[in-house]
Design a protein around this ligand. Structure first.
Ligand SMILES: [Zn+2]
Length: 512
């Protein structure tokens, strides 16, 4: 089994913000979960570095575009480890191997008869690096995203004959109802296709900052085609991930991608242009495109260009990456738009991470030490809990297979709460007072450790640092196979370890 997940490559002109963090975190949860299943996993992220916006910004600063791209790519490269992301490679579209790959694939598209010369005229947004159709521009010929006035541009281009894929794209959507999800995004992409596809420019003539067109040195490829192809070209030169045999052919192992995780503003490129381009190049199509929503603050999309930024770095510095990862996937249903705020972050952190999970872990470990000198007692797990935990692993895997990351997290969290209720119901401190009930206490402690181990394994993709600490203390391994009642306990003679508070409470009255 292999699993290949990608984030979009992030445009180097932007400052890394919460939206980038959100996509990277979500893709990372999927990658980590599939690694726990023992699958071969490749997780790709990176930066998109060509196009007019970078060339213009470099010009304004009086530097070469490459120099600006180098500087800015570093900030995105640094973001991944800060978030606890386990990406296997970081691609830059200025990598010479990527550029050669783009030329190779697009030359094939031309040989296959899908490229022709023409003249394009339309409304162009330099910040989107995209032409806008007449029916998608705002009043006063403004970009609906950037609110700037668009310019009417005419340009000699090579065109990609997107329109010739009308039938095949409609067929794709008919045959594969899960090609794009959630359903609203599938419908949106399909209705765009049904409205009638028109050919799109593949190259640009007036721009020098891009991948040169091999058959015409006056042109570079349009930045979107260059960017989309990163998902394919990366496998041609990325180092082989740890755990796979040296010399593994990554393209043969991982193509086509299992999941492209994207935000809804780039839906059309991934749900329409991308499959058409792959068809034109005779390459296999990805299995799924999952489209997440926007994180909103006071009703506005969070974005650097609009101002109004919640700083993920400040959250990470104070509370750790795990807290940010948990909050974003817990508070906003993955796939929908939702509001985020520092106030709701603090509420989730204190009431759920610190109280419900952190206290549960400390309490269970402390009781095993107090009543059984740190050793997990031999006992049959409590059948009352067994039924609550029986199918949890399968339930979580099925949800993550559909990228329903918030629902999977909620399913796990219901069991965290179940374990807390169980502690209250069974009151081990009462059982401990009565020697005649030692067997009952053994059963309760054994069951609590078993339940804690299962939730810790399943939470590991969401909370990689803290759950690794907890699993280490419980002497448990992270593989998903261990997330079951009858899994082996720790090696005999090894006590479980005491740990510091996993989620220290916030000092009272301090804002996040
Ligand atoms: Zn725009």
């Amino acid at each position: 089994m292999s699993f290949y997940v990608t984030t979009p490559i992030y445009y180097v002109n932007a400052e890394p913000h919460l939206g980038h963090a959100y996509t990277t975190i979500a893709a990372d949860v999927m990658a980590r979960h599939h690694r726990q299943r023992g699958e071969e996993v490749f997780f790709l992220t990176g930066t998109d570095e060509h196009g007019e916006p970078v060339a213009d910004a470099a010009h304004a600063l009086g530097v070469e575009p490459q120099q600006l791209a180098d500087q800015n790519a570093e900030r995105f490269k640094a973001l991944a480890p800060l978030l606890g992301a386990s990406n296997d490679f970081f691609i830059r579209t200025t990598d010479p191997q990527h550029m050669a790959g783009v030329q190779e694939v697009l030359a094939r598209v031309r040989e296959n008869g899908y490229v022709y010369e023409g003249t394009y005229e339309g409304w162009y947004c330099p910040r989107c690096a995209d032409f806008k159709a007449d029916n998608e521009i705002d009043e006063g010929n403004r970009c609906p995203i950037h609110h700037i006035e668009l310019t009417r541009e005419q340009e000699d281009n090579y065109f990609f004959s997107l329109a010739s894929f009308q039938e095949r794209l409609e067929q794709l959507y008919r045959e594969r109802a899960d090609f794009v999800s959630p359903r609203t995004r599938y419908n949106e992409a399909l209705s765009f296709i049904r409205s009638g596809l028109r050919d799109v420019p593949l190259t640009r003539k007036r721009l020098a900052w891009g991948v040169p067109v091999p058959w015409d040195s006056e042109h570079v490829f349009y930045v979107w085609f260059d960017a989309l192809l990163n998902y394919y070209t990366a496998l041609g030169y990325a180092p082989v991930p740890q755990g796979l045999p040296a010399g593994t052919d990554l393209t043969a192992t991982f193509w086509p991608a299992s999941y492209h995780v994207i935000a809804k503003d780039i839906l059309r490129f991934h749900a329409v242009y991308w499959p058409a381009l792959l068809m034109a190049a005779e390459l296999e199509l990805p299995e799924h495109v999952f489209v997440h929503g926007y994180l909103l603050m006071e009703g506005e999309k969070m974005s650097k260009s609009l101002g109004n930024v919640l700083d993920p770095f400040a959250v990470i510095e104070r509370f750790g990456a795990d807290a940010l990862r948990f909050y974003l996937l817990r508070d906003v249903p993955f796939g929908q738009d939702g509001s985020v705020s520092t106030a709701s972050f603090e509420l989730r952190y204190d009431s759920e991470l610190a109280n419900e999970l952190g206290n549960l872990a400390s309490r269970v470990i402390a009781m095993v030490h107090r009543y059984r000198r740190g050793f997990i007692p031999e006992a049959t797990p409590d059948p009352v809990l067994r039924s609550d935990f029986g199918d949890l692993r399968e339930e979580v895997s099925a949800l993550i297979d559909r990228a329903e990351l918030t629902q999977a997290l909620d399913a796990i969290w219901q069991r965290v709460r179940r374990l807390n209720r169980y502690v209250e119901e069974r009151a081990p401190w009462q059982l401990a007072k009565d020697v005649a009930r030692a067997g009952e206490l053994d059963c309760v402690l054994h069951s609590l450790v078993g339940g804690l181990r299962i939730v810790a394994i399943l939470l590991l993709p969401y909370l990689p640092a803290t759950m690794a600490t907890l699993l280490g203390a419980l002497r448990a391994t992270p593989e998903l196979a261990g997330a079951r009642w009858d899994a082996d306990g720790p090696p005999p003679g090894e006590p479980i370890a005491r740990i510091d508070s996993l989620f220290p409470k916030t000092p009272e009255g301090s804002p996040a």
